[in-house]
Design a protein around this ligand. Structure first.
Ligand SMILES: Cc1ncc(COP(=O)(O)O)c(C=O)c1O
Length: 464
């Protein structure tokens, strides 16, 4: 189809995800090369979002991935993990267990993130049934967090406007404060992270007690919370969650659909916190998006009672652990090791933090936060870091930025599930030159965005 035919056919037939359905001049991307994608008019964009946090390797590993896929397709194109198995998913399960924090030995495969979150919940439920605690049916999650939107996962998601149209949540979840250190309890930046951490953990414990300590099955959180704009946890937070889960007999789950698979420089990011969660969800980067795949890593102690009781795990997904996806995921892990992908992220994180930090000179940038290759710029309307109101956010995030980013040839995410942010998540193979290119383009776009919103000058005199 030509450019115009694609536009017409998309408008007639393709239902878009999380988008208005009538977009003038839909961005249709038809080719990728390295960290760049090209639209149907041949315009090049640096994909500073790695296609929604997925394309860890960028777009130039197609031949290697295709060879891995072809070898699998010509050997065994498909079989399930329903009572049978195949070498690719078995080898991938063993490989994932070998890179996960010790104890996360069991792996259940899915086709994506929401499925991983729901499979983890079902494993938690089966665990508690097997150990004679069937009353544990509740969970604790965090405000504004996104854990998927299928009806089970939607219960954990803390973005009200995504939940309201769809009735009572399937799972009884209490949402507690997230780790927003830019807008702490007093409204301004947190100055005492230790005290903030203590306060947050006290709130989690209060929520457990209010729900009934013997009724809570799961605490779920992301290592760095995406929605709200790369909310990093204060030191000690994850150790605190681990302690609370153990104290009250609940399981602790890290939703690493974004943060895992190298985005923070580790296969399992919570490993850096010196604790091991009981359950970890992965997806997006597991294959670097060369195929659709997700996984749940589960601690042996979670699974053992189910195995010992001889019970059937009452859950299954036809394409979970698809052999072709598994072969591609194995190849992805091999490339990560061969090309030093995790090492690259760890080495360049301080550089990215520093260069992005220069953007706070712009009047519209109130905060730059994140970790690894996962960052957000919070956009504010003055030196007091006032938030934009709904009309201003519409004007900035939906009216101005998409077109200006497109014009500049960069893909980044303007979002306001929490306060207004612009997010980036560069491919994990990015070098300094590419990071400079990204930060340079962001600087141009955000300077113009400030002017567009009537902000002037630099933040030299900013109060925070
Ligand atoms: C932390 C987290 N969990 C779960 C999901 C849901 O994943 P999917 O869209 O693959 O179902 C997402 C998606 O962005 C996510 O960011």
């Amino acid at each position: 189809m030509t450019h115009d035919e694609l536009q017409q056919a998309a408008s007639d037939h393709l239902l878009l995800h999380f988008s208005k359905q009538s977009l003038d001049d839909l961005l249709v991307l038809e080719r990728g090369e390295g960290p760049y994608v090209f639209d149907t008019k041949g315009k090049r964009y640096v994909d500073a979002l790695s296609s929604l946090f997925c394309a860890q390797l960028g777009y130039s590993y197609g031949e290697e991935m295709a060879a891995a896929a072809a070898a699998q397709l010509t050997t065994l194109a498909f079989n399930t993990n329903w009572g049978t198995a195949h070498p690719a998913s078995i080898e991938l399960a063993a490989k994932l267990a070998s890179v996960a924090p010790p104890g996360l030995d069991r792996v259940f495969f899915t086709s994506g993130g929401s499925e991983s979150v729901e499979a983890a919940w079902k494993l938690a439920r089966e665990h508690f049934l097997a150990i004679g605690q069937p009353q544990r049916t509740k969970a604790i999650a965090r405000d504004i967090a996104y854990h998927g939107v299928t009806l089970g996962a939607l219960s954990f998601t803390g973005v009200q406007r995504f939940k309201e149209p769809f009735g009572r949540p399937a799972i009884d979840v209490t949402h507690v404060s997230n780790t927003n250190m830019f807008r702490g309890p007093g409204g301004g930046p947190v100055t005492d992270p230790a005290a903030f951490c203590t306060m947050l953990l006290a709130e989690v414990e209060d929520a457990i007690v209010a729900a009934g300590p013997d009724e809570v099955a799961l605490i779920i959180a992301e290592p760095v919370q995406n929605a709200g704009g790369c909310l990093v946890a204060p030191p000690g937070y994850w150790q605190g969650l681990r302690t609370l889960a153990d104290k009250h007999g609940a399981l602790l789950m890290a939703d690493e659909v974004i943060c895992g698979c190298g985005r923070l420089g580790e296969w399992v990011a919570t490993g850096r916190e010196g604790i091991t969660p009981d359950l970890v969800s992965l997806a997006k980067g597991l294959t670097s998006a060369y195929a659709a795949m997700g996984a749940v890593l589960a601690a042996e102690r979670v699974v053992a009672p189910i195995v010992e009781s001889g019970a059937v795990f009452r859950h299954g997904i036809t394409f979970g652990g698809h052999p072709v996806s598994s072969a591609i995921a194995l190849k992805n892990m091999e490339i990560f090791e061969r090309d030093g992908v995790l090492e690259n992220v760890r080495e360049l994180t301080p550089y990215l933090a520093e260069t992005l930090g220069t953007l706070t000179d712009l009047p519209i940038v109130g905060d730059v936060r994140g970790d690894g290759f996962f960052w957000a710029m919070e956009l504010v309307k003055d030196d007091e870091n006032s938030t934009f109101d709904q009309a201003e956010r519409d004007k900035l995030l939906r009216g101005y930025l998409p077109g200006r980013l497109r014009e500049a040839g960069i893909i980044a995410r303007a979002d306001d599930r929490g306060d207004a942010v612009l997010q980036i998540a560069p491919p994990l193979v990015a070098d300094k030159a590419l990071l400079d290119e990204i930060v340079g383009l962001l600087g141009e776009v955000l300077a113009d965005a400030g002017t567009h919103m009537g902000l002037a000058g630099s933040r030299a005199g900013a109060t925070a």
